[in-house]
Design a protein around this ligand. Structure first.
Ligand SMILES: Nc1ncnc2c1ncn2[C@@H]1O[C@H](COP(=O)(O)OP(=O)(O)O)[C@@H](O)[C@H]1O
Ligand SMILES: [Mg+2]
Length: 253
């Protein structure tokens, strides 16, 4: 059974078909790249998977279960976490606090915490320890106490990834994690993404506008344009695909 299976999902905004009968199968343990020019529909695919927008028809199966009718907050505990194209951190909270917030959400509710103060203290310590491990995994443990908003951009993106990991997902959806990063930061990010799949065994779909990032780390790449899949294959196949080249024509690749 595939971990995630999208069959003919669609979403229109007014007259614009943002996603048009798009299908995608992701196996457990895979690291899949989702590329395409600006406006191709990549983010909307993530918004459909995570329940932000209902799909107009089609099917969304996660571990064989139909998750299409579920709300975003019901989908997270099923094992899907994401990062956003635009950063969504608590700027004045520390990097550690940002990660711990997500961890608490995953582990116990606020009311539960109030009812079991003793247990709360223990889990709070666990949350802190685990969150530190995650900051270490993404390479910024030394910045744990710094206010997230004052961190360099590349580091803020790493906090966001650690926060998504704190939800303990099976599937991690990264929306343009390299946006705004310089070449050196991108290299570090690539190493981090590889560690997440290798060390945590988490399946990843990563959206990227620029092709070279995904080419380096993703054995399989899917390319969209105008809401539809136009190509799928190895980096080599994608790089030489006439449709992909045409889609990117006039764009900086
Ligand atoms: N909330 C929205 N309201 C109106 N149009 C939207 C909305 N979200 C996306 N779109 C449109 O849908 C298309 C696909 O957008 P998006 O999924 O963000 O593309 P990508 O992530 O590939 O750049 C674009 O034409 C975009 O303008
Ligand atoms: Mg996008």
């Amino acid at each position: 059974m595939a971990l995630l299976e999208l069959v003919d999902v669609s979403k229109s905004f007014g007259g614009v078909k943002a996603v048009d009968r798009f299908s995608l199968t992701v196996e457990k343990g895979e690291l899949v790249g989702l590329i395409g020019p600006n406006g191709a529909g990549k983010t909307t695919v993530f918004n459909i998977i995570t329940g932000l927008y209902p799909s107009e028809g089609g099917q969304i199966l996660f571990q064989g279960e139909d998750i299409a009718p579920l709300k975003p907050h019901e989908i997270v505990p099923k094992g899907i976490a994401r990062t956003f194209q635009n950063l969504r951190l608590f700027a004045r909270s520390s990097a550690l606090e940002n990660v711990m917030t997500a961890y608490r959400k995953g582990v116990y509710s606020f009311v539960e915490a109030l009812c079991h103060m003793g247990k709360w203290k223990k889990t709070e310590e666990e949350a802190k320890a685990r969150s530190m491990e995650l900051l270490d995994l993404v390479g910024i443990a030394d910045r744990a106490d710094q206010a997230a908003g004052t961190l360099p951009y590349g580091h803020q993106r790493r906090v966001e990834i650690a926060r998504a990991l704190a939800l303990e997902p099976e599937l991690l959806l990264l929306d343009e994690p390299a946006a705004g990063m310089n070449a050196e930061e991108v290299e570090g990010l690539n190493a981090t993404i590889k560690r997440i799949t290798a060390e945590l065994g988490i399946t990843i779909v990563v959206i990227e506008h620029h092709m070279e990032l995904v080419m380096e780390i993703c054995p399989r790449i899917v390319c969209m344009n105008f809401g539809a899949k136009i190509a799928e294959g190895s980096p080599q196949e994608i790089q030489n695909h006439p449709g992909v080249l045409a889609a990117y024509l006039g764009e900086e690749v």
